[in-house]
Design a protein around this ligand. Sequence first.
Ligand SMILES: *Cc1c(COP(=O)(O)O)cnc(C)c1O
Length: 391
Amino acid sequence: MNGIYLDNMATTQCRPEIFDAMLPWFMEHFGNPLSLHKLGQEALVAVENARSQVAALVNSAPDEIIFTGTGTESCNFAVKGLAQAYAKKGRHLVISAIEHHAVFNPVKYLEKNGYEVTEVPVDASGLVDPEDVAGAIRPDTVLVSVMLANNEIGTIQPVAEIGAITRQRGVLLHADGCAAVGNIPVDVAALGVDALSLSGHKFNGPKGAGALYLKKGTRITPLIHGGVQEQGRRAGADNVPAIVGLGKAAELAAAGMSERVSRITAMRNRLVRGILDNIDEVYYNGHAEARLPGHVNVAVNFVEGEALLLLLMHEGIMASSGSTCTSKALKASHVLSAIGLPEQVCQGSLQLTLGAGNTIAEMDKVIEALPRVVSRLRAMSPLYKKSAAKA
Ligand SMILES: *Cc1c(COP(=O)(O)O)cnc(C)c1O
């Protein structure tokens, strides 16, 4: 690949071992796991092997893993499927203010259909206070949904503490783990969640491969009705190559976890230091410790995120401006607003997300290029000149 890829929250590169593991299941072994003959049965074994691999990654039993098409589908399934299955108990949901749209929008959909929603705020580092969740739970609350790690600012939520509360109050807990699973150790038993969403392409697996962990005994209303696949909970012929790829990605992620986390954390710390030491008026967003290893979100005051991205692209650096708020017509990112970042500052939002493939040399190139690019943009900013004159 040419250039420096620092957009691993958008997606990650599929690893060659994973691609190789998927290949035979397209042509040679093309069977449907529901078929009783040899081709079908080998596909069934492959799917069940992948289920065990994903289960091992999150410390669940294999039959608690339901394969889905995407992380978005998993989140939709959890939110709508649990809310519907337990609607007799009540129609009230609790979510955090910084959920991904994969949770936010199905919740909005339910709201239009007679459900009530309480949104709990986050502090300036993006953390939910478990006491706020406790305070939001009512007798008719069926589900709490709080993401494990935020994709925009990288903050990791105290889900285990929230899980202790939901268990005690008899309320279901879903955690959107799409940004977290495969990137940090995740243990569904330790977290005390009833459901957890994950997505293969966020940890070097294929796109279009997701899963939902659903605790044994938990009822769920299917999103997709049809055949008996996934114990009747998600109909449609299994995407065997994608499932095999997701399983392999889970196996590799689990095997290299601690080494990868420390290597990526070290690169991130170097990058953050380099940015903060060489650029003034930068806000480092998210939590200092409770954050994804490879996640850097900064807001550079007096520049526009999209201009920054363009100039970085010329330097061969691929990053993201998150949910941008560059024009007044577009709303500020709900996450940056929720952590209280001033509107003007959030214009200069920049997300650099590291993955297993990045190197220290790449970090140093960014540390060299970014201050130069920022100076160039600020040289054109009357606001920056005014503030510099004041100082
Ligand atoms: C990526 C992501 C999703 C969506 O997963 P897809 O597989 O891309 O649909 C949901 N939530 C979070 C936090 C994510 O990072």
